[in-house]
Write a protein that binds this ligand. Structure first.
Ligand code: ATP
Ligand code: RIB
Length: 303
């Protein structure tokens, strides 16, 4: 089954520091690297590395970062027929600071991702009709996300929406048309206005979304694991205990693995367990896409 990821592509500028600078302070980073990122691209690459047939719908800038991102898609066997280059526009960029506790702070500039307007859905319509799952995030214009959700509904194609980064303006009515809604704890808290510090609080907040009509809410909870709530189901998959060095893109690796597995098995608990293992391994390595294992590497390391 083909998976379509309609979303962002960024270049990540990552600095590793023992301590994050305070306002007005300048500090030295111990390490720095640039790497291909963006929530959409990360999820596509994770699924692709695991063997999924992935089509990416995205816009890159006509700069060196855009070229690097295009090469990266091709090297990872992602279908790039609908990867457009916006003339005279800079690629999306994420400035990322990672501290010694493996926590990150991210500042994004959308750049070319702003050019992924709703008409792309029409342009890619025929190819999208051949996909069995559409995967969306919120780093592109919200109207495009809504157009993709409507397209999925009209054509009977399941849609997974990762509401990241959190956007309070997201229409819950539109989100209800999706088959899967996958926020992290922070996004869930912002969307519901409820605390999500404990498992019970996450469950209560997720329940309000299910009550509003969301079908399958899967909340990622960092080192606490992940939770699935629907009208009939409740499951917590604990995280695998690991020594985390960089959690950037953990959520994207979880989603990439989840969709690869789910598209084969149609089994939500199984896909969550596999995604939990895959994401836990990604946090033991520095970087985002570089920390995602190939199918071969994953088979050797998973328990
Ligand atoms: P990001 O925004 O950095 O992509 P996120 O906040 O969306 O990440 P998390 O909820 O932090 O995503 O993590 C996703 C999944 O990754 C978790 O549900 C868990 O399975 C795994 N994970 C994350 N952090 C850890 C950790 N420290 N140890 C083990 N597993 C982890
Ligand atoms: O989820 C991680 C991603 O968020 C990074 O790759 C960065 O590009 C930001 O979009």
């Amino acid at each position: 089954m083909k998976i379509a990821v309609i979303g962002s592509t960024n270049m990540d500028l990552v600095s590793y520091t023992d301590k994050l600078p305070e306002a007005g302070e300048t500090r030295e980073a111990q390490a720095f690297h640039t790497a291909c990122g963006g929530k959409g691209a990360n999820q596509a690459i994770a699924a692709g590395k695991l063997g999924a047939d992935v089509m990416m719908v995205t816009v890159i800038g006509d700069d060196l970062f855009g070229e690097k991102s295009m090469d990266n898609f091709m090297e990872n066997n992602i279908n790039t027929e609908f990867v457009w280059t916006a003339t005279g526009v800079a690629s999306g960029v994420a400035t990322i600071l990672v501290d010694s506790t493996s926590q990150n702070r991210i500042l994004i500039h959308k750049g070319a991702n702003e050019c992924l307007t709703p008409d792309v859905i029409e342009e890619a319509a025929e190819a999208l009709k051949g996909c069995g799952l559409i995967v969306l995030q919120l780093e592109v214009p919200i109207e495009t996300v809504y157009a993709a959700i409507d397209f999925g509904k009209e054509n009977n194609i399941p849609v997974l929406l990762n509401p990241a980064p959190a956007n309070k303006a997201l229409s819950i009515e539109k989100a209800c048309l999706c088959d899967f809604f996958v926020p992290n704890e922070t996004e869930l808290s912002i969307l519901t206005g409820m605390p999500t510090g404990t498992e019970e609080q996450v469950k209560a907040a997720a329940q309000t979304l299910v009550d509003k009509g969301l079908k399958n809410v899967i909340v990622t909870m960092g080192s606490k694991g992940s939770m699935w709530l629907s009208k009939e189901d409740y499951l917590v998959v604990p995280a695998v205990k690991v020594e985390a060095v960089d959690t950037t893109g953990a959520g994207d690796s979880f989603i990439g693995c989840f969709v690869e597995n789910y598209s084969r098995t149609k089994n939500i608990p199984e896909a969550m367990k596999e995604a939990s293992q895959y994401a836990s391994l990604s946090v033991t390595r520095k970087g985002t896409q570089e920390s995602y294992l190939t199918r071969e590497e994953f088979e050797k390391l998973k328990k």
